[in-house]
Write a protein that binds this ligand. Structure first.
Ligand code: PMP
Length: 423
């Protein structure tokens, strides 16, 4: 029931936009997979804190102490939200991309990395300095596990290894069998990092229940503002690694040596990878979003989202020209992220028409997942602009796709308008 989600209060739900056909309409933000609108509760918390903020870990004054407390409490809130183990670390980063690059920089020497070609570029590309095996796109969740098992069975069994997998695809919305993949990784002595950028806003993610070694997610997809993200998980690799950024806050002791150089003792805590003045507003807003989602209850959110998914999928199924993109088939469990192409339409023009004529904001393009979109479209997509929409002449065959995505607080009317507009 929509009223169950109303207390979450999603911002921007009363923004009106002009239509080319005349008049104006309430903007339907259906691009949550790119960035979800922040929750009113998050903005309220940030606004209430704004007069009080000061530097974190860097001041004796009351406001610095308060900010340091809020920052460290935010770490605890995130740790609880993710069901972390007692000795896990929660590192605040800028985003999922930043989190995965941090982990890539912390890999032990000679680490082998296994990653499906279907991943978002943020999961696919950071491992460039390691020995990477790209795994073929599976067509069922079971095939994903079998493919990983085979790849791991062939690996050098004595060296360290990492599997990187996304929990929910940013293209198809399909859920990946994370628990089974984690079990396969561990059975072969490998570790696993979960890219939860698309999963965490829609489903509870528990490090311990899924038995994953690390989780990464972004605040701006979890109903908090831009600029903050999280890498949470095992502390050993993070403690052993060189600091991701070198600078103040990451170092415990710095002293000039007799020979003119500098000796540095780095922190072993999360601060090791958080050099520079921490983004306390970012961490605080992520914690606020975690609390709001927990209080609203994922059961409620999931049930309501399922209904919206059904509305969209059933509506699209009535349009013969529409082809919904899927790797695992119609029955696969999924979050509210649905990509499709429309025969006879260029996807960019289609998305532009949804915006200009109906006030609906969707995404078009290749979604920073070129190999996956290539597999799903069965061709070579145009790749002008890595994540964005390639240009194509009117009527030209669509080589990119349209993505509609939604979540907590999306009004029924927005998805209903979307379905009517596509029809
Ligand atoms: N992974 C997935 C599955 C994503 O959808 C995204 C964002 N589209 C990212 C990683 C990267 O997130 P960010 O841009 O916030 O770093």
């Amino acid at each position: 029931d929509q009223s169950l989600c109303a207390p979450l209060g999603v911002l921007g739900s009363d923004v009106t936009v002009p239509l080319v056909t005349g008049g104006e309409v309430v903007y339907a933000a259906l691009d949550y997979a790119a960035s979800a609108p922040a929750l009113q509760r998050v903005w309220d918390d940030v606004a209430a804190y704004a007069p009080y903020y000061g530097s974190v870990h860097r001041g004796a004054g009351y406001l610095s102490q308060l900010s340091t407390d809020l920052f460290e409490n935010a770490r605890r809130t995130v740790s609880e939200f993710l069901g972390c183990r007692a000795d896990d670390q929660v590192v605040f980063t800028r985003s999922t991309t930043d989190s995965l690059n941090l982990l890539a920089a912390a890999l032990p020497a000679d680490c082998q990395v296994f990653v499906f070609e279907t991943e978002h570029h943020a999961s696919l590309l950071p491992w460039r300095d390691a020995r990477v095996s790209f795994l073929d796109a599976p067509r069922t969740p079971g095939e994903a596990v079998a493919t990983l098992e085979r790849a791991l069975a062939d690996r050098d069994p004595y060296g360290p290894a990492l599997v990187c997998v996304t929990g929910a695809s940013n293209v198809t919305g399909e859920l990946w069998p994370v628990r089974e993949l984690a079990a396969a990784a561990h059975a072969h002595g490998a570790r696993i990092v979960l890219d939860a950028a698309q999963l965490a806003p829609h489903h509870p993610v528990s490090v311990q229940e899924l038995d994953v070694d690390w989780v990464a997610f972004s605040g701006h997809k979890l109903y908090a503002p831009f600029g903050s993200g999280v890498l949470a998980g095992r502390s050993d690799w993070l403690r052993a690694a060189q600091p991701y950024l070198a600078g103040g806050g990451a170092s415990r002791k710095v002293a000039r040596r007799e020979d003119g150089g500098v000796d540095v003792e780095w922190h072993e805590s999360a601060a090791r990878h958080e050099a520079g003045s921490p983004n306390v507003i970012g961490a605080y807003s992520i914690a606020s979003a975690c609390k709001a989602l927990t209080e609203a209850g994922f059961d409620t959110l999931v049930a309501r989202e399922r209904r919206l998914i059904a509305t969209v999928r059933e509506g699209l199924a009535e349009v013969p020209e529409v082809r919904v993109l899927s790797l695992f088939g119609d029955d696969a469990p999924r979050v509210g992220v649905i990509s499709f192409v429309v025969e006879g339409w260029n996807s960019s023009h289609f998305a532009a028409a949804l915006s200009a004529e109906y006030g609906i904001g969707v995404r078009d393009g290749l979604f920073c997942a070129h190999p996956l979109v290539r597999t799903l479209l069965g061709g070579t997509p145009q790749t002008q602009g890595e994540c964005g929409a390639p240009e194509a002449a009117p009527g030209e065959k669509s080589l990119n796709a349209i993505r509609v995505s939604f979540g907590a607080g999306t009004p029924d009317e927005h998805v209903e308008r979307f379905v009517r507009a596509v029809k």
